[in-house]
Design a protein around this ligand. Structure first.
Ligand SMILES: [Zn+2]
Length: 126
């Protein structure tokens, strides 16, 4: 966890101070923002946030050269297997029980949740 008065912004892929101008303006991009309204699973309610979140999640999981147009429905998604494989590799590297950074781990969990939730079913990819 980072300092209590900062949060991780998925629009900028870095932390903001909550009390700064950009921090106040980007509250909706806080990766924990949805968790405050849904105890079970965070999700991105607006289409625009889904699009932003998908782009960020792909980057966090290291899919650097993936371009999906439009992000929500377009072609170009990594396969489910590729996403899960990348997730497992990163979890091993960053798990707090193995000495990893808890914040890095949380970002990876957030990213895979976003991709699992919003990746279109396979019939859209053929
Ligand atoms: Zn930001």
């Amino acid at each position: 966890m980072g300092p209590i008065d900062t949060y991780y912004c998925f629009a900028c892929l870095r932390r903001h101070e909550k009390d700064s101008a950009v921090g106040r303006g980007h509250e909706r991009y806080d990766i924990e923002a949805d968790l405050s309204t849904s105890a079970t699973q965070g999700h991105l309610r607006e289409f625009y946030l889904q699009t932003k979140g998908i782009v960020a999640a792909l980057q966090i999981l290291g899919f650097e050269n993936v371009r999906i147009r439009p992000a929500r429905f377009g072609k170009g998604w990594p396969s489910k297997q590729a996403i899960e494989r990348r997730f497992r590799v990163l979890v091993r590297r960053h798990h707090p029980d193995a000495g990893g950074d808890p914040e890095e781990f949380r970002k990876i969990e957030w990213a895979v949740e976003v991709l699992r939730k919003y990746r279109p079913p396979d019939e859209y990819h053929s």
